[in-house]
Design a protein around this ligand. Structure first.
Ligand SMILES: [Fe+2]
Length: 274
């Protein structure tokens, strides 16, 4: 474990029988996340498995028409997002592939995805004390596995936030290599009024962990490159959101929730001490 920059902590890990085992206990990882810090875990997932996810996703997308209507959260779909989120007013431009019905995919592609999403799921369960499986559970929170492509030439995701629960810790796994396959763009955060940019700190196979209610964004890919939806160049990540799509959306006001909650926790601790 080492501090790579202010509020950025790198944690080593090993992949043992499909389980990401960090060099420090899971509770310690969560303590660092909640402090809050951005924790970057070197997952040890082999590069060829990450590359296969990109290739498999591209092949699947090539034969699957783009989704156009409102998201139904019960299928496998991909969409070219270019819009401003209604409530949070966060602008976005990226291509996402959501596999809510991952278990219905053909065996080969499903296995490709599971080689990466199963370690992520297990890690999240171990961090949060859950024991959740993949699958759609209407009326309850469930996993929404996603592979996101940020094309060259101006893709990005504006500053936004999420409710802390039930996700608690957000995870962003890098499927390709900064400095080799793309040269700009990364996730940024605000911690204690300090801007934390992780661009350049996350290698292929590294997974960023962040307190889910921290304001965050994805910095743009360079406008010096030509933009094309069809060019697979650029940054690819996988994420594993866990929420009830029909539940209460995030509040309109930016929460800085962790700030209030940490203050509340301190107040509660000192009250308890009296
Ligand atoms: Fe987000």
């Amino acid at each position: 474990m080492k501090e790579a920059a202010k509020y950025i902590i790198k944690v080593d890990a090993e992949l043992k029988d499909g389980v990401i085992v960090p060099e420090i206990p899971y509770e310690e990882v969560m303590r660092l996340v909640n402090e809050p810090n951005i924790v970057i875990v070197k997952t040890g997932i082999p590069a060829e498995k990450l590359t296969k996810v990109i290739e498999g996703t591209r092949a699947w997308a090539a034969e699957t028409p783009l989704a156009e209507g409102p998201d139904t959260f019960d299928n496998n779909q991909h969409k070219q997002r270019l819009h401003i989120a209604k409530i949070q007013q966060a602008p976005q431009l990226f291509h996402d592939h959501t596999f809510d019905a991952m278990l219905d995919l053909d065996d080969e592609f499903k296995q490709t995805l599971l080689e990466v999403f199963n370690p992520m799921r297990g890690f999240w369960n171990n961090l949060t004390g859950n024991n959740e499986e993949f699958g759609i559970h209407k009326g309850a929170p469930y996993f929404h596995p996603q592979v996101t492509h940020y094309p060259l030439g101006g893709s990005f995701f504006g500053r936004h936030w999420h409710p802390l629960n039930p996700q608690k810790v957000g995870m962003i796994l890098a499927l390709n290599q900064y400095g080799r396959e793309y040269n700009s763009g990364g996730t940024g955060y605000v911690i204690n009024d300090h801007i934390v940019e992780t661009e350049g700190y996350q290698d292929m196979g590294d997974m960023i962990l962040f307190r889910y209610d921290l304001p965050h964004w994805v910095s743009p890919s360079s406008f010096a490159d030509r933009f094309s939806w069809d060019d697979p160049a650029g940054r690819w990540v996988s994420i594993l959101p866990f929420y009830n799509p029909w539940g209460t959306p995030a509040a309109k006001d930016e929460p800085q929730g962790w700030k209030t909650q940490i203050q509340n926790a301190k107040a509660a601790t000192s009250e308890a001490a009296v």
